[in-house]
Ligand binder design. Sequence first.
Ligand SMILES: Nc1nc2c(ncn2[C@@H]2O[C@H](COP(=O)(O)OP(=O)(O)OP(=O)(O)O)[C@@H](O)[C@H]2O)c(=O)[nH]1
Ligand SMILES: [Mg+2]
Length: 308
Amino acid sequence: MSSEKIPLLKCGTVAVIGAANAGKSTLVNGLVGEKVSIVSPKVQTTRNRVMGIAIRKNADYAAQIILVDTPGIFAPKSRLDTAMVGAAWAGAEESDMIAYLFDAKKKGPNDGDLKAIERLASLVKNRPVFLILNKIDQIQKPKLLALTVRLNELCPFTATYMISALNGDGVEDVAKGLIRHIPEGDWIYDEDQTTDMPMRLLAAEITREQIFRQLHDEVPYEITVETEKWEDFGNGDIRISQIIHVTRDHLKSIILGKGGTRLQQIGARARAELEEMTGTKVHLKLFVRVSEKWKDDPDYYAQWGLEI
Ligand SMILES: Nc1nc2c(ncn2[C@@H]2O[C@H](COP(=O)(O)OP(=O)(O)OP(=O)(O)O)[C@@H](O)[C@H]2O)c(=O)[nH]1
Ligand SMILES: [Mg+2]
């Protein structure tokens, strides 16, 4: 008989929450090892719950970490904001564990952070909550220690980690820490699955990311992207048609740019990324349409599982 030990199966959900721009999506992508959630230097990039699946195996365990990336927690003003913040807290409350990301570059917790931490102090009573100080590539050690003490006074966090989601520093320690607390149990998803997001939505997100990266001021917040058609040709080529919905007419010309050059650049970058993701040739067609009320359209919220 073989004396080889069978690794313990583990599987659980981890909600990744924190203020807008803390680096939540960057961390989720880093743990998954693939881009499942879009990232930009602007706040409120993530608008819905995005699932990313990370797998770690060794002689002792085979763990499936189901990460739920969430929109940033902030004081909501509009209907879309309220739905986004609601989705973030719902993610936290439904998960086995919580990873609370804090941008260590900040002077300290602001009013919004204090409110969030207060809520976490009650959630930590029945599940592990990790404090993850992010962006340590830009900060001095003594400041990190002071911040750790201050935040742990406000909430008895299960553990504190200091990481750079951007360069990967400390990210594997977070993975190990999560696995320690993750329940034993069968895997829920196939080994090769990295997200539950349908390709049509993921493709729309890739284009939306380019708009967040290439356009300024209010423009990214006034758009949404919809994949209208996804056609597979027998030879492996894919044709994707997407509509960029804008709330006002003047935004259309901003997105198009002089002679359509801005839209071309958005399309070129998004296409390159889609080709990398799908491993095939992609033809991407982008249209801009004025849809004044997309933010009030129940279908918009429904496709993302958001409630209004
Ligand atoms: N220097 C530095 N920048 C980082 C780090 N992690 C993330 N960033 C940057 O911070 C910005 C925001 O990152 P995201 O991952 O989009 O942040 P988020 O928390 O998901 O933001 P929302 O979805 O808007 O709530 C991006 O420009 C990232 O490149 C880090 O460890 N160090
Ligand atoms: Mg995000």
